[in-house]
Design a protein. Sequence first.
Length: 297
Amino acid sequence: MQAVAEADVRPAGHTTREVADLLGFSVGQVRQFVKRGLVEPARGERGEHRFSFPDVVLLRMAKRLMDDNVPPRRAFATLAKLKHERGGRPLASVRILSQGNQVVVRDAATLWNVDTGQGHLDFEAAGVASRPVAEERPASNVAQVAHLADRRHLPPGQTPADFGADEWYDLGVQLEEMDPPSAPGAYARAIALDAQHADAHVNLGRLYQLQGDLRRAKRHYQLALAAAPEHPLANYNMGTVFDELEETDSAATYYRHAANVPDAHYNLARIFELRGDEVSSLRHLRKYRQLLDGAER
């Protein structure tokens, strides 16, 4: 006779303590969000709260806003409005960003201001280029692109014309903060010098993905994995591509190869929740919290 799975006897949903531990809230904070009506957990047999995975998603968004110094009252009001506007549609694919006094939401390739409803036509709010990624044209004018780099770390006598693949990659990272439209050209220059530069492929793929070009993003993640099959971010990002395509079996395979990336476990928890496997979902949520705690130490 087949043994009864633990998932069949465990009460559905996560307890208040589990949610608090997983997300880094106090139990009192979680209860406040319930009291204010942001989440409406079910009740267990003893009357205790039982939080669904969509509840956890919403509370995780609240935690990220508060970590970005958004006041709790504003975080609650913003997320309550977002929840209402979504009308029951899942929030797992939504990314929420705090930009100064504004809170913006990204869903696929669309950005909008939650408070005003105003759309954002570019990607500046997410810190990426506002025009299409020009990956096919590596930076040709070395001096023009590299003048924004921090020269203090160049060895004596070295000029940007001497940059190798690693230097161009490092420049791309700097340019994502300083001059986002120029970053893709720097990554492309790194790849032109070293076609096996996995990190450059990952970052360039990420820029494509942020602009909704999943085909090119996937191609660069594939090239990164061909060069470095165990690359954690390449595996994680490839998983997110399949997630966006709603191919969760493939997504889960890549997430499992990104075992040290906290959000890989968070996304695996969501996938298992959708499959009705509460035990595996909770296991990955706990691993997510453990990795976050380790990174904070």
